[in-house]
Design a protein around this ligand. Structure first.
Ligand code: AMP
Length: 497
C-alpha cells in the first residue's frame, strides 16, 4: 500500500516521499481518509505508530484546499493541536513544517517556560496552525493575543497524558472558548473512563480507529535484564557502554536527582553524558537533545516525562538504570527504541530491591525478560531487598502523575491548580526569551525503512488496527493502562509520596 492511494495532494506526497516514507503505517492508512472526510475522529495510537503524520497530513490538505472563512482581517488560526509537553509540541510543529514544506500554510508552536512575546509576535504576523500546550494557550486566550474564532480543526494529541498531567480543567477552559462548529480529533494511547467522558463530550459521531498497543507487540525490541548489586549499577553501565561501544544511549532514572548524579558520574568516567528533566531550563534541554541527536553526546539521562518528547528514529539503546515504579512506564520507555519499524535494544539493570517491579512488568508484557549476569558483576546472592529510595522523589519523577511538571507547571510564577496537594514546589524554569523556538528535531531526510514491516506499535500491516468498532475503543472491560493502574490505590500512593 502506498501513500498515493490515500487521496493526498501532490505537494504532500512530495514531502512525504522526500522524508523517505515509502508506505503508510496502519494508523495513517485509516486516519488520513477519515480526517479528509471532515468528520470527528477517535484514535487509539501511541507515539511511534506514525500518528503525527496520521493527523497532520490530512489537516494540511484540508486547510490548503478550503479557503479560510472570510471576514477576518488577518490570517485566522484555523487548526489547533494541543499536546501535553513542550517537547512534543515542538516536534509536532516540526512535523507540520516538514509535511507542509510545499504548501503556503504557516504554523507556530507555543508552550510555557519561555518568553511569551515572540509567540505574540508570531500570532500577530498570522498563522494557520498552532501547536500548543494547554497552559500557555490559555495564557494567550486570556490576554486575547490569540483569536480562535475561525478555528476549523482541533486535535488533542496524547489526550491520556494530558489528563494524567492534570490538564483537564485547562482543556475544558480552552474548549469553552472555541467555536462550536469544528472538526475534532482525539488521539490517546489508553482509554480510561476520564478519556471516554472527554471523548463523549467532545466528539460528534467519530470515526473510530485503534492500532494495537505496543506492549502486546514489542517483539522487535530486544529486551534484557542485567542483575547487579544496587551500588554497582553505575560501574556496570560504564562497563556496558565501553565494552559494546554504545552510542546514543538513552538512560532512564527514577528521579531527577538520580539523573543528575548519574550524568555527573558518567562524565567522570570519561563518557559524555547530560541529564534532562523538568528542573532544567528549556534551553538546556534543547541543547542536550540537539547534541544527543548529533551524536556528539553519547548518553542522555532522562526521567520518564522528560523523555516523552524525545523522538529519534531508530534510537539504538535504551537503558533502565532504575526500573520504573509503574509497569506501563517500562513499555513507554522501551518504546523509545525500535520506532517505526526499526529494531532496538532495551536493557535494564535490576537490583534485589526491584524484583517485585520486574515481576509486575513481566506480567504486563506477558513474558519473562531474558537475564544475563555480566562476569565480574555477579549480584550478592545474600543481599536483602531494601525499600526503594523515594527520598529524592519529592523533586523527582516518581512523585505523582498529576503534577503538571516540565514547564507547564507554572506560568508566570503562578501555581497551577492541578498540582497535587502536598507536592513540593519546583524551581521555575528560567524564562528564556531567546529560545522561544527550540531547535526542534529535524525531519530526517535519509530514506527510511519501508513499512512493509509494521511499526513497533502495531500488528503486522494494519492487521492490528480496528476501525469502526466502538466496543474496542470505548466499551467493554477497562484496560489495564497507565491511567487506570496509576489511579488504583497502591500505585498512585507510591507515586504521590
Ligand atoms: P509518531 O508516532 O508520529 O511519533 O512517529 C514516529 C516516527 O515514525 C517519526 O519519527 C516519523 O518520522 C516516523 N514515521 C511516520 N510515518 C512514517 C512512515 N509512513 N514511514 C516511515 N517512518 C514514518
Amino acid at each position: 500500500m502506498s501513500f498515493d492511494s490515500l487521496g493526498l495532494s501532490e505537494p504532500l506526497l512530495r514531502a512525504v516521499n522526500e522524508l523517505g516514507y515509502t508506505s503508510p503505517t496502519p494508523i495513517q492508512l485509516q486516519a488520513i481518509p477519515a480526517v479528509l472526510k471532515g468528520g470527528d475522529l477517535l484514535a487509539g495510537a501511541q507515539t511511534g505508530t506514525g500518528k503525527t503524520a496520521g493527523f497532520t497530513l490530512p489537516i494540511l490538505q484540508r486547510l490548503s484546499q478550503l479557503a479560510p472563512a472570510t471576514g477576518s482581517a488577518k490570517r485566522p488560526v484555523r487548526a489547533l493541536i494541543l499536546t501535553p509537553t513542550r517537547e512534543l509540541a515542538a516536534q509536532v510543529e516540526e512535523s507540520v513544517r516538514a509535511y507542509g514544506k510545499y504548501l503556503k500554510l504557516k504554523s507556530t508552536v507555543m508552550f510555557g517556560g519561555v518568553g511569551i512575546n515572540p509567540q505574540i509576535d508570531a500570532l500577530r504576523r498570522g498563522v494557520d496552525i498552532v501547536v500548543a500546550t494547554p497552559g500557555r494557550l490559555l495564557d494567550h486566550m486570556q490576554q486575547k493575543t490569540i483569536d480562535v474564532s475561525q478555528l476549523e480543526i482541533l486535535v488533542l494529541d496524547e489526550a491520556d497524558r494530558m489528563l494524567d498531567m492534570g490538564f483537564i480543567h485547562d482543556i475544558k477552559r480552552v474548549l469553552a472558548r472555541l467555536p462550536a462548529k469544528r472538526q475534532n480529533l482525539l488521539f490517546s494511547a489508553t482509554f480510561s473512563d476520564e478519556i471516554k467522558a472527554l471523548a463523549d463530550s467532545l466528539l460528534d459521531s467519530p470515526a473510530l480507529i485503534e492500532v494495537a498497543r505496543r506492549n502486546t507487540t514489542a517483539e522487535r525490541i530486544e529486551q534484557k535484564i542485567y542483575p547487579v548489586d544496587r551500588d554497582r549499577k553505575r560501574e556496570l553501565l560504564t562497563h556496558l557502554i565501553r565494552q559494546n561501544n554504545w552510542f546514543q544511549v538513552l538512560v532512564f532514572t527514577r528521579t531527577k536527582h538520580g539523573a543528575n548524579r548519574l550524568a555527573e558520574q558518567l562524565t567522570k568516567d570519561g563518557i559524555s553524558a547530560l541529564a534532562i528533566h523538568g528542573n532544567k531550563s528549556q534551553s538546556a534541554r534543547t541543547r542536550a537533545l540537539a547534541e544527543f541527536k548529533a551524536e556528539t553526546l553519547q548518553v542522555l539521562v532522562a526521567t520518564d516525562i522528560a523523555a516523552r518528547g524525545i523522538d529519534i528514529d531508530q534510537l539504538p539503546h535504551v537503558v533502565n538504570f532504575d526500573l520504573p515504579n509503574v509497569p506501563e512506564d517500562y513499555v513507554h520507555r522501551i518504546g523509545r527504541t525500535g520506532r517505526a519499524g526499526a529494531d532496538g535494544e532495551a536493557v535494564s539493570l535490576v537490583c534485589v530491591d526491584e524484583h517485585q517491579l520486574l515481576r509486575d512488568i513481566e506480567r504486563l508484557i506477558k513474558r519473562a525478560i531474558p537475564q544475563e549476569v555480566v562476569p565480574g558483576f555477579e549480584p550478592d546472592p545474600n543481599a536483602k531487598p531494601e525499600p526503594i529510595q523515594r527520598r529524592s522523589q519529592g523533586q523527582g519523577q516518581g512523585q505523582g502523575r498529576r503534577a503538571p511538571r516540565e514547564g507547564e507547571a507554572r506560568r508566570g510564577g503562578e501555581q497551577r491548580s492541578a498540582k497535587p496537594a502536598g507536592s513540593k514546589p519546583q524551581a521555575q524554569a528560567p524564562r528564556d526569551g531567546r529560545s522561544q523556538k527550540p531547535a526542534a528535531p529535524k525531519a530526517n531526510p535519509a530514506p527510511r525503512r519501508s513499512h512493509d514491516a509494521a511499526p513497533a506499535g502495531s500488528n503486522a500491516r494494519g492487521g492490528g488496527a480496528k476501525a469502526g468498532n466502538p466496543g474496542a475503543l470505548l466499551g467493554g472491560k477497562p484496560r489495564t493502562d497507565g491511567n487506570s493502574t496509576r489511579r488504583d490505590g497502591n500505585r498512585s500512593s507510591e507515586r504521590a509520596r
